[in-house]
Design a protein around this ligand. Structure first.
Ligand code: SF4
Ligand code: SF4
Length: 466
């Protein structure tokens, strides 16, 4: 066990680091291909599509996802959630946390390597770097070259594209809180000194700095999840690992050489696994905290193994148990506990969604006058009713009195509410003068829609002896 709390993770600073020549300590990754890269592009593409799509696509005439700060309404694919529905959001977040725990326990840092926005945007920025400045060796050369016209043009193209991508990200992100079309039009009309525009510029700057400049340092020094996720690892968690028993002793050789005769293992010491690593570590030194589990080193090494005619998998997904020659157990008690907690939360979410009322009604009795009598001697109580149409469609409601036959409204009331509209109005309830007794009657205001009951609110009616 090392001081990270995990039997697997080794603090990188205790290991001799690979330092590529002439790079001023910067990481210049090499491009590569492979199945895990394809998986990552697929996952990242899907997430990017969701991120940009859900702020720009309209659903039933509304932005698919919008957290409208002005009206404090959260619109999600045709449904509107109000501040009083935030318990549902908490349930969704708890389910997400348990899902993340379960996935991390089974497959290690797949979230970090494949779907974390920091990783996804960094890979996208690295792709732009590659097409504007060339692959690793060309970028190292460019880094060490004077500022010629061609070098400046290539660097400018890279930074220009990074800025465009950052701005698109900033607009889409702020567009989750302010209608994105309205926001874009405001920016196009040079309304740059509004709160929303300033937020766009802040998110743009953060994206540009994080994905373009800071990159892996966010994962290494700033991300809290990277710090505590090692406690979810155990001997059966899948991690990316170098098979030292197969690979050592390392050494270069010709393709046709027999490594056994040379006293070598399968690692040809080509450093390809190091050169593709976005955090610049050498996976052959053991699993390290700086490894974000992106599997780039697996793809790079598999490519080398293919070229050498060796079996793939010198660097692979494995577990500590498998490395010790024991079978890897996927289903284990802690995983069952996470899955059970997730199922319970999903059931609670389902019940809460099913019970969610699409109209909200609250009632407050007018406290200035307990009751008054009209010219016929009837007793009248006055209330303030607040009714909210929580849907994204217009609605017609009828207000009725229930649970006390002595009470009625002073007038029948049908209400037409626009999507999301809130009405706040006084309502008078009357008790005929010939009712007996005195004191307090309990009754309900009910809202009906085509004769089906939508919601009810309880109130008290105060009356004196007649
Ligand atoms: S060691 Fe491999 S899996 Fe880990 S960050 Fe580097 S390339 Fe990705
Ligand atoms: S890519 Fe494979 S063969 Fe090359 S150094 Fe890394 S582990 Fe060894």
């Amino acid at each position: 066990m090392n001081n990270t709390g995990s039997p697997l993770l080794i603090p990188t600073k205790t290991l001799p680091a690979f330092k590529p020549a002439n790079t001023d300590g910067k990481i210049f990754t090499r491009s590569f291909s492979g199945r895990f890269r394809n998986w990552r592009i697929g996952a990242a593409g899907l997430l990017a599509l969701l991120f940009f799509g859900t702020s720009w696509i309209n659903w039933n005439g509304h932005q698919a996802i919008l957290w409208d700060l002005d009206t404090r309404q959260f619109h999600v694919f045709g449904a509107t959630f109000w501040p009083q529905d935030f318990m549902l959001l908490s349930l969704v977040m708890i389910i997400g946390v348990f899902l993340l725990f379960a996935v991390t326990m089974v497959a290690g840092r797949v979230w970090c390597g494949y779907t974390c926005p920091q990783s996804v945007w960094t890979w996208a920025f690295m792709w732009v770097e590659n097409i504007t400045e060339g692959d690793r060796n060309q970028r190292i050369k460019l880094n060490n070259s004077p500022a010629t016209f061609s070098n400046v043009a290539r660097r400018s193209a890279k930074h220009g594209l990074w800025l465009v991508m950052s701005l698109a990200t900033g607009i889409a992100f702020v567009g989750y809180f302010i209608p994105v079309r309205e926001l874009t039009l405001n920016l196009l009309h040079l309304e740059w000194f509004t709160a929303s525009a300033i937020w766009v510029f802040i998110v743009t700057a953060l994206t540009y700095i994080n994905a373009g400049w800071v990159r892996e340092k966010v994962c290494l020094h700033m991300c809290p999840y990277a710090r505590f996720q090692s406690v979810m690892f155990d001997r059966d968690t899948l991690v990316i690992s170098y098979d030292a028993r197969r690979g050592d002793a390392r050494g270069s050789r010709k393709r046709d050489d027999d490594p056994k005769q040379l006293g070598l293992g399968d690692c040809i010491d080509c450093y390809m696994c190091v050169q593709v690593c976005p955090t610049g570590i050498d996976i052959r030194d053991g699993l390290q905290m700086d490894c974000i589990g992106c599997a780039a080193c697996i793809d790079a090494c598999d490519e080398v193994m293919d070229k050498m005619g060796y079996a793939r998998g010198l660097v692979s997904y494995t577990s500590e148990a498998a490395l010790a020659g024991e079978p890897t157990q996927i289903l284990r008690p802690r995983l069952w506990a996470y899955v059970t907690a997730m199922i319970i939360m999903l059931a609670a979410l389902w019940i809460a969604l099913d019970a969610r009322e699409l109209v909200d009604m609250s009632v407050v009795k007018d406290r200035t006058v307990l009751y008054r009598k009209n010219s016929d001697g009837d007793i009248i109580n006055v209330y303030r009713l607040k009714i909210t149409n929580k849907t994204q469609t217009p609605a017609r409601y009828e207000l009725r009195i229930d649970n006390d036959a002595r009470l009625s409204l002073t007038r029948s009331l049908a209400l037409d509410l626009k999507p999301g509209e809130i009405v706040d109005m006084p309502i008078s309830v009357v008790m005929k003068g010939n009712s007996a007794g005195s004191g307090m009657a309990h009754f309900d205001f009910v809202l009906v829609d085509s004769n089906s009951l939508l919601t009810r609110a309880t109130a008290n009616f105060i009356y004196p002896a007649f």
